[in-house]
Design a protein around this ligand. Structure first.
Ligand SMILES: *Cc1c(COP(=O)(O)O)cnc(C)c1O
Length: 398
């Protein structure tokens, strides 16, 4: 079968909820992927930051194979010998007290919403069913009904009501708006340290520090959604470290599995997590031994192979070189670590066509909204690969 055959089949049998580039991949290694015609591409999306460790990392693969040969699923009705070690290693790496493991990012977000509501009723004393959670405009936290209930993106919401109540939306990066929105029923503020899907929107400096203070002073749980920014992507283990703060709840997913298997987690302080009692929340696959073994290896290689430091240095290098590209079509280049966006002017003709051209030149990236191209290669990218990418980007803007 050739590229066109796979695409035709997908169109016939699949739901049409995505609009992918027309490249059919069949193999990956490090920062590179190959299509069914044998052509090689540099992956500059990393599956939305789920493959920070590079494709098919040999040590994560080995951990997965070894564990798959021993034990894959016990459910949480019984214990397994990977979960406790996963908990400890994750807490030590992220300076957390408690972990609740789930599978997808959206499930981690849903879990956090449940936990902070319960905390609001049991600890803060909010009247039954009155809990409010504050979120930001242009947020992206996933696709479930409750999560799209507080999205401001029309295509995420239209046709999916009725929606879940209990959310208030403020502008992103506006600490005064947060202060103004808090009432005695506010239980949490849910925010991304950098808005990834919105187009790598970095808040004004000092915002997260102010947010931390406001939340502490008002007994509001600060939930940072680090599903995209976490685990080395921005050049730190967690993006919160750039601002020297610590969230009460931190959500991670995506790269927690190195791209092998869906694994997500809610990291929490003890006070908030302890509101959950047996039977009140769970997941058949959450915390299974295969997921735990994969995640342990994914975390280990991030640290042992200095991927986080590499994200900082290669990110700064790529950002600087992109900023030097001289064309009337680029409006802004911004980023932190290897989470970088190139925003085009309105008369550039849309980001999609540049992504198509880059694909033909061997660089895979994806537009987010009409005018923004995100560059987020695996954290294992080297100088030569960065220069390969930069050369192709210069070419499409020449
Ligand atoms: C991808 C993402 C999610 C959702 O994760 P899924 O695994 O797709 O459910 C939530 N929050 C942020 C910031 C994300 O980037």
């Amino acid at each position: 079968m050739q590229t066109a055959d796979y695409i035709d089949l997908e169109n016939v049998y699949g739901a049409h909820n995505y609009k992918p580039l027309d490249v059919v991949l069949c193999r990956g290694e490090g920062a590179w992927v190959w299509d069914v015609e044998g052509k090689r591409y540099l992956d500059c999306l990393s599956s939305y930051s789920a493959v920070n460790q590079g494709h098919c990392h040999p040590q994560i693969r080995q951990a997965m194979v070894d564990q798959a040969e021993r034990l894959t699923l016990t459910s949480r009705a019984f214990r397994n010998d990977q979960l406790a070690l996963f908990y400890r290693e994750l807490c030590e790496l992220t300076n957390s007290h408690k972990v609740l493991p789930m599978n997808s990012g959206a499930e981690a977000v849903e879990t956090a919403i449940k936990i902070v509501r319960k905390w609001g009723y049991k600890v803060k004393g909010v009247p039954e069913d009155q809990a409010e959670i504050i979120v930001c405009q242009n947020n992206f936290h996933g696709r479930t009904i409750s999560i799209v209930s507080f999205s401001t993106d029309p295509s995420s919401r239209e046709g999916f009501g009725p929606f879940t109540p209990g959310f208030k939306i403020i502008p992103y990066g506006d600490a005064a708006a947060l202060q103004g929105a808090i009432t005695e029923n506010t239980v949490a503020f849910l925010v991304e340290p950098i808005q990834g899907e919105a187009g790598v929107i970095i808040p004004p400096s000092g915002f997260l520090k102010q947010v931390r203070e406001i939340c502490t002073n008002n007994s509001v749980v600060l939930i940072l959604d680090e599903i995209q920014t976490g685990l080395g992507r921005t050049g730190k283990m967690l993006a919160e470290a750039h601002d020297g703060i610590e969230a009460d709840l931190t959500l991670i997913g995506k790269a927690l599995s190195g791209g092998f298997y869906p694994v997500s987690a809610v990291l929490s302080n003890t006070e908030v997590m302890d509101v959950l009692q047996p039977g009140e929340h769970g997941s058949t696959f959450g915390g299974n031994p295969l997921a735990c073994a994969v995640a342990r290896a994914a975390l280990r290689v991030l640290v042992e192979e200095n991927m986080i430091e590499n994200a900082a240095t290669m990110g700064a290098y790529i950002l600087e070189k992109l900023q030097q590209i001289n064309t009337p079509f680029i409006k802004d280049v911004r980023g932190r670590g290897l989470l970088i966006a190139l925003e085009l002017t309105n008369d550039a003709g849309g980001a999609r066509q540049y992504c198509e051209q880059l694909k033909d030149l061997g660089v895979l990236c994806k537009e987010t909204h009409e005018t923004i191209i995100r560059f987020a290669p695996p954290l294992v990218i080297g100088q030569e690969e960065a220069d390969f990418m930069l050369g192709r980007v210069r070419q499409v803007f020449a």
